[in-house]
Design a binder for this molecule. Structure first.
Ligand code: SAM
Length: 205
């Protein structure tokens, strides 16, 4: 699932420049079961399967040896909602993160109790697996890492950024100045930086 995503656009370039490194760990590689089984039926009954503790403990412990200071973040709809402020905090505070993706019904609670530092949700809806949520995290955080995107300033002034007072960004226009009778606001064409600033500030919501 991660291949296409990691080999496109900003993430591809950032990895190429050595600005970020992303490593994928397959839980099955850590299973002691001869069929590489990683899940089992839930105690107490009910539908769905739950990730068993053994492969997750072994995998997380192995990864933690290489990244001892990285917090283990479990992607789950039950977690704290991801916001741009949270993304900024994570990108400033940590140089490495371990993102844990669940599947099926989720993971054995003992993994969360013993090894998980934070639980994060990307929104109030339920996905089939944590991979998409992890990709959202990787994308949102990576673009804030210095050197990941061309112009640092381009993410300083964006929707939810501190510079825009956590508001939604002003509208953008590019050439031509008139298209199918629709004109670009005059103020953006006149080159008066102070006026443009004012217009943009007034058009943040
Ligand atoms: N039984 C779980 C519940 O009711 O909370 C839902 C499990 S979900 C089908 C499978 C996995 O997808 C979860 O373990 C989690 O890793 C991931 N996931 C689903 N929705 C998510 C969300 N909104 N944010 C982050 N991860 C999510």
């Amino acid at each position: 699932m991660f291949k296409g995503f990691l080999n496109e656009s900003i993430l591809k370039k950032a990895q190429g420049k050595g600005v970020i490194t992303i490593k994928i760990h397959d839980i099955r590689d850590y299973s002691e079961d001869k069929h590489r089984k990683v899940d089992d039926t839930p105690y107490g009954g009910g539908a769905g399967m739950v990730f068993t503790p053994q492969p997750l403990f072994d995998c997380i412990e192995a990864v933690k040896k290489k990244a001892p200071k990285a917090p283990v973040i479990y992607m789950t709809p039950k977690g704290q909602r991801l916001t741009q402020t949270k993304v900024e905090k994570l990108s400033i505070k940590f140089t490495q993160l371990i993102l844990l993706c669940g599947h099926y019904e989720g993971i054995d609670q003992r993994v969360i109790d013993a090894l998980v530092d934070q639980e994060i949700s990307i929104g109030d809806y339920v996905l089939s697996g944590g991979e998409l949520a992890a990709m959202v995290m990787v994308d949102a955080i990576s673009r804030l890492v210095p050197g990941a995107i061309g112009k640092e300033a381009s993410h300083e002034e964006e929707t939810f950024s501190k510079k825009l007072g956590r508001k939604k960004e002003y509208p953008h226009y590019t050439k031509p100045a008139e298209f199918r009778g629709m004109k670009v606001p005059e103020v953006l064409l006149n080159g008066h930086h102070a006026e443009i600033e004012k217009w943009r500030k007034n058009h943040c919501k």
